[in-house]
Design a protein around this ligand. Structure first.
Ligand code: GLU
Length: 721
């Protein structure tokens, strides 16, 4: 081979290796899969054991789950970094119109001044174990689908309960990895005393508001510091002044120099459910029913609440967390609708299924095993689609209507009381009921009659339009053919609102009644709720049958798909600890548009003239004008880096996840996805799947210069220059 050719082959090989190393990587890898990855080749500079090592200390020991979000320990004294939006409810609960920490931010100047974040719990993954055999053994020979699904759920619950050790604050639960196929028992250490340490003002932590939510370019300082506390003997304890900061097994090292475009990064976190291993009909259900129904209903509800609380500071503060949650889901769902339209995912999946069907036909053995697979899936889904409107209506009613949320609780409580404690649903067991009731507290505090009434009128009117298979019987019985709004309004007022179930005393009285006593009551709300309850029970049993059928069909579907695809299959995310890796990388979201992957303080100042969502603290402008950038200035950007964009595979629950560099050091905190990536939950693609984090340099700069909290930088081991 001549020299030129050798050089050419070398370049070709090198380019290919780089391409391979930088190949787009879909994947939210469970801990069990980490050892199979070639992370060094991708750019990792530490060993895989440094990330996860069941026999020693590793990075995952610094990871926590904070009320469904992710966080990480960043000091030996239990200091946790997570997102501002993850701590939001705790800050909201601690705020009053006089001390509005949401608006103004909060800094505890000493440990004693750290405020309890009410209802916050931190979980640390202690261990995991595959228990698929035990679960699946329990359903051998069970063909009844409803029965099958119930046994699986029961067995999962049972194993979780058995492995839990309340005395030592260990909570265990079984997570389904592949439906009907693989199950893993996770043990979590629980910490019940969590406090607020530094919360930036809303104008930083939520900069850009709903306008920028799920969008890139982004300039939101979505971070907050909290601290975990335990009893002086190290055991977990509820909030108590005597508690002391928790000493984690490990904490993350902070890299104050951050990252650059193209750098390798990885994320550890607790992504919630994704649905990538589902058939095309699942996406049809999402596109035609769930996404439009929920996004429209939430948008309508948000507008209603905003209009009704506009002039009332106390109420608008009280509804803040609620509105934020609804808005977040609404925009995400709208993004998904747009994404599904643009990517034609339903068609792609249908096409793929046609190919798989051909593949099945091509082999007698496959044909024997999977001949009826697609017809069976289709049959199950046609039932599911028939019931879609009714299912969505019921779940929305119990979530959004305070009256029916409470009425349902009262009825469920009476039903569950008739069973032995061990047979009851978890939240109604003797040991949990007080906590379940206390979770309703907010409903009594922030329930505005006009909102309750308008919402019910809307939901009843909507239900009058449902197709034959999804009719709501109680509503049909109450109204015959009359859809006139004033009739519905009178009915809502006279039958539901007048029952005053949102009065805590009334509610408490109802809680003492048995099911028979409830049936005897002359209370039109309870009567109606009991009637709804009958249909709901029927729906639930149909849903269980569907779930049972799918728990048999989906493993087969995935089995044959795996064979057809001939490559590793990653289970959908399910709230358990995962790793994803990738690169700081821009993208082209629309024709002729390219977005680079790092934003800066300059962009915040530019946006600050564009409307109230972009208001900034006066001090931030002063710091900017005075060019007081300190050590976090980046000469390439000629500013302070603020937001970072990357092709790591994240989803809900990855909020607050640490973004780690090649050496496993903290360089940012994940908080969102680009609009186009909201469909990550259904399909990931390197072209459009981008996630968003806040850069560590901005976090440190804000904490130091705006918050005046040098001591927190020192606690994290960041040298102040
Ligand atoms: N910002 C997202 C949320 O609030 C979390 C992260 C994600 O879903 O990518 O749900």
């Amino acid at each position: 081979m001549n020299k030129a050719l050798t050089l050419f082959s070398f370049i070709l090989f090198a380019t290919f290796s780089v391409l391979l190393a930088k190949a787009p990587e879909e994947g939210q890898y469970p801990l069990s899969e980490i050892k199979k990855l070639d992370l060094q080749k991708a750019g990792l500079l530490i060993s895989k054991d440094d990330i996860y090592n069941p026999n020693g200390i590793s990075l995952i020991d610094a990871l926590v789950n904070v009320n469904g979000c992710t966080g990480s320990f960043v000091s030996p004294d239990g200091l946790i970094i997570t997102n501002h939006h993850c701590a939001f409810a705790g800050v909201n609960a601690a705020s009053t119109p006089e001390h509005n920490y949401l608006e103004d931010g909060f800094l505890a100047e000493s440990r004693e001044k750290e405020i309890h974040a009410k209802d916050y719990i931190v979980k640390i993954t202690e261990s995991y174990k595959d228990v698929s055999d035990i679960i699946l053994k329990a359903v051998v020979g069970i063909d009844d689908l409803e029965e099958r699904s119930k046994i699986i759920s029961k067995k999962m619950e049972e194993l979780g309960e058995k492995a839990s050790d309340k005395e030592n604050s260990i909570e265990a639960s079984v997570s389904e990895m592949f439906a009907g196929q693989s199950y893993v028992l996770f043990k979590y250490r629980i910490i019940e005393d969590v406090r607020l340490v530094y919360v930036p003002p809303r104008t930083i932590g939520e900069f850009g508001g709903e306008r920028d939510n799920w969008m890139w370019p982004r300039h939101t300082g979505d971070f907050t510091f909290m601290r975990a506390y335990v009893a002086p003997d190290g055991s977990s304890a509820e909030y108590n002044k005597e508690n002391v900061p928790f000493k984690p097994k490990n904490h993350l090292e902070v890299n104050p120099n951050g990252v650059e475009e193209g750098d390798f990064t990885f994320i550890l976190g607790y992504p919630k459910r994704t649905f990538r291993n589902q058939p095309s009909q699942f996406i049809e259900y999402q596109y035609n029913y769930l996404l439009p129904y929920i996004s429209e209903l939430y948008e309508w509800t948000i507008n209603l609440i905003e209009a009704k609380t506009d002039e009332n500071d106390e109420m608008s503060l009280a509804y803040s967390t609620y509105i934020k949650r609804l808005s977040n889901v609404m925009k995400n769902y709208k993004g998904k609708i747009q994404g599904l339209r643009n990517t034609q995912l339903i068609k792609t999946k249908q096409q793929e299924e046609k190919e798989i069907a051909k593949f099945i036909k091509s082999s007698p053995i496959l044909n024997e095993n999977y001949k009826t697979l697609f017809t069976e899936i289709n049959d199950v889904y046609s039932e599911r689609l028939d019931l879609a409107e009714a299912n969505l209506w019921f779940s929305s009613l119990f979530r959004l209507s305070d009256d029916f949320k409470l009425a349902r609780f009262v009825i469920q409580n009476a039903e569950e009381k008739e069973k032995n404690n061990s047979e009851r649903e978890v939240s109604f067991k003797d040991e949990n009921i007080a906590k379940s009731i206390s979770k309703l507290d907010n409903t009594f505090k922030i329930s505005l009659e006009s909102i309750r009434k308008e919402l019910l009128i809307k939901m009843i009117s909507d239900a009058r339009m449902f197709s034959e298979s999804s009719r709501i019987d109680a509503i049909d019985n109450a109204f015959d053919n009359d859809t006139d709004k004033s009739t519905i309004s009178k009915f809502v007022e006279g039958s539901f609102i007048s029952a005053e179930i949102t009065n805590k005393e009334n509610f408490n009285k109802l809680l003492t009644l048995s099911l028979d006593e409830l049936k005897e009551l002359d209370n039109p709300l309870i009567k109606f709720a009991l009637e709804l309850n009958e249909q709901y029970k029927y729906l639930k049993s149909e849903n269980d049958k569907i779930k049972g059928a799918l728990s048999k069909l989906l493993p087969k579907f995935n089995e044959v798909k795996k064979e057809w695809k001939n490559r590793l299959f990653i289970p959908d995310a399910n709230g358990t600890l995962r790793l994803t890796y990738g690169y700081i990388k821009g993208y082209s979201p629309r024709d002729a548009v390219y977005s680079s992957p790092i934003t800066s303080l300059k962009g915040i100042i530019e946006k600050s003239y564009l409307g109230s969502e972009y208001a900034i603290p006066a001090k931030l402008r002063e710091l900017y004008d005075a060019k007081d950038f300190g050590q976090f200035y980046n000469s390439k950007l000629k500013s302070i880096p603020v937001g970072i964009l990357y092709n790591m595979d994240t989803s809900g629950g990855n909020s607050g996840s640490p973004i780690l560099d090649a050496k496993g050091r903290l360089v940012g905190v994940n908080f969102d996805r680009a609009y186009e990536a909201t469909i990550n939950d259904f399909a990931w693609n390197d072209d459009y799947s981008r996630s968003i984090g806040v850069d560590i340099r901005y976090i440190l700069w804000i904490t130091q210069k705006l918050g005046g909290a040098d001591f927190l930088l020192k606690e994290m081991g960041v040298e102040i220059k």
